[in-house]
Write a protein that binds this ligand. Sequence first.
Ligand SMILES: [Mg+2]
Length: 224
Amino acid sequence: MNDTIEQVRALAHRTVTDVRYPIVKTYTLDPIWVLYDRVLRIDPQRPDDPARDRFLLSKGHGPSAFYAVLAAKGFFPVEWLDHVAALESPLGSHPDATLVPGVEMSAGSLGHGLPLGVGTAHGLRATGFPDSRVFVLVGDAELDEGSNHEAIAYAGAAGLANLDVIVADNGSASHGWNGGIASRFEVNGWSAATVDASDHEALYRSFTTDHPDRPHVTVAVHRP
Ligand SMILES: [Mg+2]
């Protein structure tokens, strides 16, 4: 069994995917683990259940932590982690939703995950699954992409209560965010919490906080 953070961290280090961005797994593993271990309602035996929650990794350039958590939870064999980005491997250097069980979104180009999450949350609400939740993980520098800000404004105005965003904030945005990242969401009608990216209880509290009439953002701060 791979059911502790130490075991999953070892799995994340087993992959060689993040050769270009090895640092990403160090601060995205904890939030992704807390989600899959304690929050998301997704059955690895039924990854296509229409009533499942959704997790979208928009930061597709750093997939090792995500792959490790999916393997630990039984979406695919842990042995797959030894062949990431190999010619015949389903696990690419960016996740492919058509090849990997449990991956909802093929990621790579930044700035797409949050708009897609807005559409998914809307779609679930419109098709009779309002209790299915959508979590999107984006990077702080990814917020430089304007598409995010259209999505943030729209989701707030539409009151998408089944949408949660996690900003993995390692202080890498080109110009920083005056007033703090959370304020960009709050001014658009979101609720927000800023927590330490390694504090599992704080992450859990934020991921399960009540926000019945608005979307919620968790800014998960990591400063090496
Ligand atoms: Mg960053």
